[in-house]
Design a protein around this ligand. Structure first.
Ligand code: AMP
Length: 280
């Protein structure tokens, strides 16, 4: 497995691989890798990638001033070992300094159609940071495809739109959410949770399971269910941030919970903000 720190060196290497006819997959991450991330590498392998590039970068521009940028878990050594074992062929550890010039001034911005709600509404500038860094990573790795997780549903939807609207010549693959046996969606931020918070956090996947079951019996008005779900999360000890049901492609809110609708949840367990979602 190759290791890159310098964006220019990665870009040269990736260009040479493409020129040689290799199929390149990009797996963008912020590190502190867990089975969710490793499933993206597995998906890239399954799709027949010759080179699987994992980027590990805690991207400062996608964090708000009061968010957890400074304490976000970082463990390059463990991440490299996990990537190697999972079959990645290259890992990219840039620094904020070599990704952003001191006078960096051009950004990739979604106009709000997709990023104006859900996490985008609560984390101003977040998707500007995400889209910008992902666009940079596309330019650095020349991927045939890039793999994202359904765990960040809004992110995957926005990146797909960015690829379409900006004519990036690559395919976006979205892999299913990997969960702990308890149902809790795997996340690097789970490391912040106390035992009691971890217990409370189970309410997220439980609520989604319950809604899925109800929807399987037929369509239902969303409003009452939204309120019920909100209360169930709060009762479990979480501080609910949002409970939304949206169209899977446009992220527009729906009035009826029905098959194909996506329910997205965000809630705080203590100081840790957790998100989860499910397609009904
Ligand atoms: P992160 O390191 O949290 O920025 O995530 C990097 C990528 O891994 C994103 O595409 C996430 O959606 C994906 N990811 C994170 N957690 C999971 C999970 N539990 N299952 C599947 N993919 C995940």
């Amino acid at each position: 497995m190759k290791t890159f720190n310098d964006p220019k060196k990665l870009q040269r290497w990736a260009a040479a691989q493409r020129l040689a006819g290799k199929k390149i997959a990009l797996v963008p991450t912020m590190g502190a890798l867990h089975e969710g991330h490793l499933s993206l590498i597995a998906a890239a392998k399954k799709k027949g990638a010759d080179e699987i590039v994992v980027s590990v970068f805690v991207n400062p521009t996608q964090f708000g001033p009061k968010e957890d940028y400074a304490q976000y878990p970082r463990d390059h050594k463990a991440d490299a070992a996990k990537c190697r074992a999972a079959g990645a062929t290259a890992i990219f550890f840039p620094t904020p300094e070599n990704m952003y010039a001191p006078d960096h001034s051009v950004w990739m911005v979604e106009d709000g159609a997709l990023s104006g709600s859900l996490c985008g509404a609560r984390r101003p500038g977040h998707f500007r940071g995400v889209c910008t860094v992902v666009a940079k990573l596309f330019n650095l790795t020349h991927p045939n495809f890039a793999v994202f997780g359904q765990k960040d549903y809004q992110q995957a939807t926005i990146i797909r739109r960015m690829v379409r609207d900006m004519n990036f010549d690559l395919e976006i693959v979205v892999a299913p959410i990997v969960r702990e046996p308890s149902g809790l969606a795997r996340s690097s931020r789970n490391a912040y949770l106390s035992d009691a918070e971890r217990e409370s956090a189970l309410a997220l996947s439980r609520a989604l399971q319950k809604l899925k079951k109800l929807t399987a019996e037929g369509p239902r008005p969303w409003k009452a269910l939204q309120r019920e779900t909100w209360i169930a999360l709060d009762r479990a000890g979480l501080r609910t941030d949002y409970v939304e049901a949206v169209n899977a492609d446009t992220l527009a809110p729906v009035r009826k919970l029905d098959k194909g609708v996506v329910v997205l949840l965000a809630a705080y367990a203590g100081k840790t903000r957790l998100i989860d979602n499910a397609v009904m």
